[in-house]
Design a protein around this ligand. Structure first.
Ligand code: SAH
Ligand code: SF4
Length: 440
């Protein structure tokens, strides 16, 4: 979502004459778009700021100005504290305020810094943002939902991103059509809790995520749809069903479960049991037998016993993931779990994380290897490290690379998988099946 937000910040600043730069020397304004989800992400902000400060000093020695802004969830959570700790920062803004960037930049130039904007506006920022003019390329992100009302006991999102909000179905469709006109073939719909989407429809009804996917799938030229991140409780019947009926919806789902233990899930306030999650996985496999799954896991949640951790390991064995993310529990200020006095010692968290990650790595390696010999259509969206190499994602969200493919950049092509490692698969093009974009 921060990638998408950064694109939209770019759109906001374009009318003032700003455009994106790859170097600090060229930059009149540096915006650090930050993440607050775990302590490690937050720590990185201050070390990165130290580096950017050196660049600011170099520029000012040459008599040039460089404004520094801190945006995103660390901005929201820390506010004025950032300017206290790093007085060379000129602007601090939260994720709900970036439509106000032009005004803040103007004020920062006039008032020589110290501009902080953290309000959750009553008018949604999406209604105040200019139309996006920045093409994200053939594969693009589109935010449809923001914020969260679930209040899992470990998570800062409801405090930093605010209450759950869905954009109107029409607005989302218009933005998707503009993206497709700019060359996008794959859209990933984004939200902190994307499957809680309930957007207003023009006829006064409320649209679900499945309704929105159905609508977007009718856009000629849009070939692939994905969405993330979902909560198991919001995997509604229509959303499960559309995985079986809509070929443009890719056969991959990132569905975080966090823990396989009912007692931990309860303490996490996840509002469901392990068997509920397994049931969703089974129902999805019934309608789309080749669907691949990914998840997030937290190990060492306060009070997690050996037995509770083993239940997570058992769940992983049962589901068989294609990939997954796993993290050590990180206490976040202001969240209920951070106040729990049963914190798990760091060494035990490390040990559990290693065990879990070794199992997940094994599953991912096995999954990637099981694809060798399969043919599939992939979107080659980026250049690889080597001459003539292109990169892309398989329908199952594996990273893929193809040699001698320079003519297929930005195209959907049929490939055969010929090799695999833990992190990627390699493929050869099956000559010469390029899927051309249909005119929209
Ligand atoms: N809305 C999604 C998750 C968004 S946060 C969901 O409900 O699953 C992304 C991931 O960061 C979470 O799935 C969780 O695994 C991890 N995470 C969030 N807070 C954390 C914390 N305090 N410590 C460790 N990991 C955390
Ligand atoms: Fe955080 Fe996700 Fe829980 Fe919302 S549903 S509080 S974003 S982990």
């Amino acid at each position: 979502m921060n990638v998408y937000d950064s694109v939209r910040m770019n759109d906001c600043l374009a009318p003032m004459g700003y455009k994106a730069s790859n170097t600090y020397e060229d930059a009149d304004l540096v915006i650090l778009n930050t993440c607050h989800i775990r302590e490690k992400a937050e720590d990185k902000v201050y070390s990165e700021l130290g580096r950017i400060r050196q660049e600011k000093i170099k520029k000012s020695a040459k008599g040039e100005q460089m404004l520094i802004a801190v945006g995103g969830c660390v901005g929201q959570a820390e506010g004025e504290e950032i300017i206290r700790r790093a007085p060379y920062v000129d602007i601090v803004l939260g994720p709900q305020s970036y439509h106000q960037l032009p005004e803040m930049v103007t004020r920062a130039i006039r008032e020589k810094g110290g501009v902080v904007e953290l309000d959750f506006p009553t008018v949604q920022k999406f209604d105040l943002l200019p139309e996006s003019t920045t093409s994200q390329g053939v594969s693009a992100f589109l935010s449809i939902q923001e914020g969260c009302d679930k209040f899992c006991s470990f998570c800062v999102v409801p405090y930093t991103r605010g209450a759950e909000y869905s954009r109107k179905m029409d607005t989302v469709e218009q933005e998707a059509r503009r993206m497709v006109d700019q060359g996008t073939m794959e859209i990933t719909l984004l939200g902190q809790n994307v499957n809680a989407y309930h957007g207003d429809n023009t006829d006064g009804t409320t649209a679900s995520l499945a309704d929105l996917i159905d609508r977007l799938a009718r856009i000629n030229g849009l070939e692939r749809i994905r969405y993330m991140t979902s909560h198991p409780k919001d995997m509604s019947d229509d959303l499960i069903a559309i995985h079986g009926s809509e070929p443009k919806l890719m056969p991959f789902l990132h569905l975080p479960v966090q823990s396989g233990s009912d007692t931990v899930l309860k303490r996490m306030n996840r509002k469901h049991e392990a068997s509920f999650y397994i049931d969703i996985i089974e129902r999805l496999r019934k309608v789309r037998p080749d669907i691949a799954f990914s998840s997030d896991f937290i190990v060492g949640f306060p009070g997690e016993t050996d037995k509770e951790f083993d239940e997570t390991m058992k769940m992983v064995e049962q589901v068989q993931y294609a990939q997954a993310y796993s993290f050590k529990y990180s206490p976040r200020p202001g969240t209920p779990a951070a106040m729990d006095d049963q914190q798990v010692p760091e060494e035990l968290k490390d040990e559990r994380l290693q065990r879990l990650q070794s199992l997940l790595r094994h599953q991912q390696t096995t999954y990637n290897a099981s694809c060798i010999g399969m043919t599939m259509t992939v979107l080659l969206d980026r250049d690889g490290k080597f001459d003539g190499q292109l990169l892309g994602k398989t329908p199952y969200m594996q990273s893929l690379h193809v040699q001698d493919a320079e003519n297929y950049r930005g195209k959907l092509v049929d490939v055969r998988i010929i090799g695999s490692t833990l992190n990627s698969v390699s493929a050869e093009i099956i000559n010469p099946t390029v899927h051309h974009r249909k005119a929209s």
